[in-house]
Design a protein around this ligand. Sequence first.
Ligand code: B12
Length: 245
Amino acid sequence: MGNQKKAMQRQIEEILREYLIPEENYIYGFAELTGLLDRKFMGFNYGISIGRRLDNSIVENITDGPTKEYYSHYRQINEELALRSGRICARLSDLKIENVNIPPTVSTAELDTIYFQTLRTDLSHKMVATRAGLGWIGKTDLLITRKFGPRLRLTSILLKERVIPESKPIDISRCGTCNICVEICPAQAANGKMWDISIDREEFFDASKCRTQCAEFGRSRLSMDARVCGMCVAACPVGLESRNN
Ligand code: B12
């Protein structure tokens, strides 16, 4: 890679370190996405995956269902991710690095209209994260990272140019025989099958069962028209182990 691209790469890492603070709350990585994205992202074959950890004490209060505290926490983390990735994209544009900022999630209204049938949006942040080598997909379809387990929320920035360091994608699950999230899922949405990049979500996880349960918890526990649960996030032993990271 030419010196100019190497210099550009260093500048990108400096910008990320400047905005993704405090460092202990963030992970990020670089993804090669050629051939993996929706046509609407034509030409954007590279990505930056960014993960922001959730507060352990709030996650661990999710025992038999979501709490109001968890709901406002994950919305606050969405806002923080959107703000930080927005600022990073502005700096990348200053350097004439073409980029697309993909928002952390979609609204409940969009979930219930545009994405109602498929529960599939234009870009899977988890896919960018596995391509960046940040983690694998667990049995209840969460990204599991060594640093935070599934206790994180994600966002992604797409890039046109290969001004990113090489990354080592993770293609198969490292959950082994653990079935804790499968058993604790109140919707019984997972069948325990292990993920790898050749199998589709539907083969191991029923997202519509998950949504129905999330909606029911929104009504019964938060008196809100919200989709929230988090029991799989809280129960994962990799997340428990990650507390001291
Ligand atoms: C639609 C959606 C939902 C739906 C459906 C959930 C689902 N599992 O599909 C509902 C409303 C039910 C939901 C619920 C929740 N959600 Co939600 N949701 C989304 C949203 C907006 C789109 C996901 C999407 O398009 N899925 C389509 C399917 C096909 O892809 P996928 O599920 O992302 O994952 C597949 C690919 O990544 C693929 N893959 C991975 N690597 C590779 C590599 C290659 C080469 C290939 C081919 C494929 C591949 O493997 C996965 C399985 O097939 C994302 C935000 C986003 N844009 O990613 C947040 C997101 C997935 N949700 C998130 C969370 C935290 C939740 C909840 C825990 C929140 C809560 N409500 O309490 C629950 C439970 C989630 C669960 N166990 O999955 C986080 C996940 C963080 C993590 N640690 O993984 C995300 C990323 C939001 C964020 N910004 O952090 N959600």
